[in-house]
Design a protein around this ligand. Sequence first.
Ligand SMILES: Nc1ncnc2c1ncn2[C@@H]1O[C@H](COP(=O)(O)OP(=O)(O)OP(=O)(O)O)[C@@H](O)[C@H]1O
Length: 537
Amino acid sequence: MSQVDLQALLQSTQNTEREARRDLSSASEELAALRASHAREIDDLERTIARKDREKRGLEDELKDSREELSRERETIRQLKQSLAEHSTQHITLSAQLQASQMQLTSVQAEVERATLSVSSMRAELAIGQENAKKAEELAAEKVKAAEEERDRRIAEIEEELRTAETIRRKLHNQVQELKGNIRVFARVRPALAHESSSPEALAEIAYGDERTAQETGQSQIVVKSRSESATGQAREQEYPFTFDKIFAPQAGQKEVFEEISMLAQSVLDGYNVCIFAYGQTGSGKSWTMEGGQNDQDAGMIPRAIDMIFTVSSGLKDRGWKYQMEGQFLEVYNEVINDLLGSGQFDSKKHEIKTVDGKVSVTDVVSIPLNNPRQVSTLLERASSRRAVAATLMNERSSRSHSVFTLKVRGENPLTNERCEAMLNLVDLAGSERLEKSGAGENKDRMRETININRSLSALADVIGALGSGKEGGHVPYRNSTLTRLLQTSLSGSSKTLMMCNLSPLSVHLNETLCSLRFATKVNSTVVGQVRKQIAK
Ligand SMILES: Nc1ncnc2c1ncn2[C@@H]1O[C@H](COP(=O)(O)OP(=O)(O)OP(=O)(O)O)[C@@H](O)[C@H]1O
């Protein structure tokens, strides 16, 4: 081989090598490109696989939910089937019941038809019955009318008889009161109080006459014993007997006392003036007797008398009587009149006593119309609160003044043409202590009070004495005190007076007790004269 051939062969080999190298290089590049494309494809596939995995899990969850829902739906269907089965059973039962009810309805309808027939026949009978009843009613109405006419005639007769009987009763009642004496004296001994010693030495020796003798004679006896020593040291015992219309021992309650007074108070409705006085030393029970305590059973003579007067007056309505009442409450202190229901100042001499047409009246005093007994307690409270105000000005004022409660009663009976007008005076007198016992001493005001009290009490005794002497047209010394002037109308004429002598049971008060009993005896002795006169008649 020639060089040239070798060269050409080398050249060709080199060219082939170059081409092979180029092919190899392009194959390498292609391989690299293929690898890159393959890697991308692998990435894409992996992403696709991951997405598909997620989708698969989602589908699996959905499948699970769907299965659960399917299971629930199956349960619901099972329950519905069960309920349907029950309803079918119920439906069968109800159908059976409905059938039975329809049968019942048919039989009831048959009964109703029968009853309708029977009602029609009863209606026909009723119409006949009503016709008969109407006739019987007309007959009965005629008979009732005749009976009513007879009854009205009889009622009119009885009412007339009652009115006559009432007039006779009023006369007899008055006669009985007069026979008992138009002036009566009672004595009442109060019990020892809780704070007072009730030892035998502390209590005065007081004996009471027996009840039987009192009932037979109409007079009761009280004997007070006193023990003292004579100047020579000898023990002296003395007995002081007194006799009155009635004596109440300490245990007598308000009710028992009122029973003796009630008839007298009732005379007011018959047109008689009545004065009831409570007399006695301070603390002897005058206010207790007149006004009493808070409880019903402790109520005194004022509330009880008012209560009774209201009760009796409403009972008399049936017999034609109509009453009007009004109350007044005055105080006489140091001869000056004060209005316990008013609003003016105390002790101002505002009120004067005037006599018009023979009737005594006091100027400018409050008079309260009374329609029921409750108003009286309000009135008493008003008086006592006004007194309490005055008491702050002067201690124990109520013991040192006379208080006069007046109930004015006006009645008329259009059926009998009768009329009456009267006053009930309930007087709580001032304490009756003697000057030396009153504690006046050097105190001029106290002395003046005591002198005024004693003067007015003795003026009262004189007036009652003059009235009791029974001398017609005789002089009665009303003008000697404000109290007697104030009570002039009530004490004069056909008036009835009661003096309640209140006594303390204590031995320290023995002398005052004897003084009170002597005063009461002075009043009582005038009574005896009059009673005798009445009996002799
Ligand atoms: N019969 C009685 N039963 C029970 N307590 C009584 C009785 N009498 C009086 N008392 C009591 O005795 C005390 C004195 O009585 P009361 O105030 O009535 O006396 P008085 O005479 O009105 O006195 P004063 O003159 O001071 O007004 C009071 O506490 C009262 O409650």
